[in-house]
Design a protein around this ligand. Structure first.
Ligand code: DLZ
Length: 146
């Protein structure tokens, strides 16, 4: 099983930590590092297009999306976060590939860092685990008889 991680560079002091958490979660689940493809995009707004492209390529069983929007620092926070969430859902529906949402939407940098700590509280790790679970579930549904 190959997994893609699409990660935004904007607020990379947080997204680097989400990426580390996602990698740790996939490693703990037994996925070799060579089976993980990491795609960097400029910001959260660009995540859906990259996620859809890699999902449609047929190379991966699931996609993990990582980003960080901080309300106080982003005047058009609602527009970007809504476009990102809806775009990710639409990409998953169109490609039928599970795409998980590890995009933080917080009031402050402190809140964002709290969600990017090492260990089980890391939202990147959570998103990676959700993507793997959905990939396995879809494989079981596709392979299951009556
Ligand atoms: C422009 C912008 C702003 C103000 N804030 C954020 C943010 O908090 N998090 C994020 O991921 N991206 C932000 N961006 C960049 C946009 O997502 C996008 O990359 C640019 O508008 C270019 O399309």
């Amino acid at each position: 099983m190959r997994i893609a991680i699409v990660v935004a560079r904007f607020n990379d002091f947080v997204t680097e930590r989400l990426l580390a958490g996602a990698r740790a979660g996939l490693a703990d689940a037994g996925l070799p590092d060579g089976d993980i493809e990491v795609l960097w995009v400029p910001g959260a707004f660009e995540i859906p297009l990259a996620a859809e492209a890699v999902a449609a390529s047929g190379r991966v069983s699931a996609v993990v999306c990582l980003g960080c929007l901080i309300k106080g620092a982003t005047p058009h926070f609602e527009y970007i976060s809504s476009a990102c969430a809806h775009g990710i859902m639409a990409a998953a529906s169109k490609t039928r590939v599970p795409i998980s949402f590890g995009v933080l939407t917080t009031n402050s940098a402190e809140e964002a860092l709290e969600r990017a700590v090492e260990g089980p509280g890391n939202k990147g790790r959570e998103a990676a685990e959700a993507a793997l679970e959905m990939a396995r579930l879809l494989a079981a549904v596709a392979g299951g008889g009556r």
